[in-house]
Design a protein around this ligand. Structure first.
Ligand code: TYD
Length: 138
């Protein structure tokens, strides 16, 4: 997990059930995301110009979805960087463990929905970039 790279983080195309009254996208753990979902949380009411994230996880797998609006996810494995723009509720960004991420450029009213493989555990976070670098390359 330590050796994971930004290239292990991929956009997953989710399903979309459409009819004249709108759309439904269904996410089922292990069916269309590669982990069991233990926790869901969402970011909203993000003031213009604010960034979120700025940390890595040691073991957590996540699927990040722009449930409404758009935002950018900057992925960094200590060597390579990749910016992914999320702007469709039927696509998700799968973030593997061991990746530094920053979320930015939130549109007005954006909702960032996150499906996570584990319950909240502060011990799983690496919140300082220098510690992240030594974790990756020690
Ligand atoms: P954090 O993950 O640092 O947010 P972001 O990466 O979006 O900036 O979490 C912000 C705060 O919320 C932090 O004090 C921990 C708390 N929190 C929980 O208590 N449970 C959770 O499941 C999450 C995601 C955060």
């Amino acid at each position: 997990m330590k050796k994971n790279t930004v290239y292990d983080c991929v956009i997953l195309s989710l399903n979309k059930v459409q009819n004249r009254a709108g759309n439904i996208t269904i996410v089922e753990g292990r069916e269309n995301v590669p982990f069991d979902v233990k926790r869901i949380y969402y970011l909203y009411d993000i003031p213009g110009g604010e960034d979120r994230g700025g940390h890595a996880h040691k073991a957590l797998h996540q699927l990040v979805i722009a449930a409404s609006g758009s935002f950018d996810v900057l992925l960094n494995d200590g060597m390579n960087k990749k910016v992914v723009t999320l702007n469709r509720p039927d696509y998700g960004l799968y973030i593997v463990p061991g990746i530094w991420r920053e979320l930015m450029e939130f549109s007005s009213g954006a909702i960032c929905l996150v499906l996570a493989s584990e319950v909240y555990d502060e011990e799983d976070y690496i919140r300082e970039y220098e510690l992240f670098k030594s974790y990756k390359f020690q």
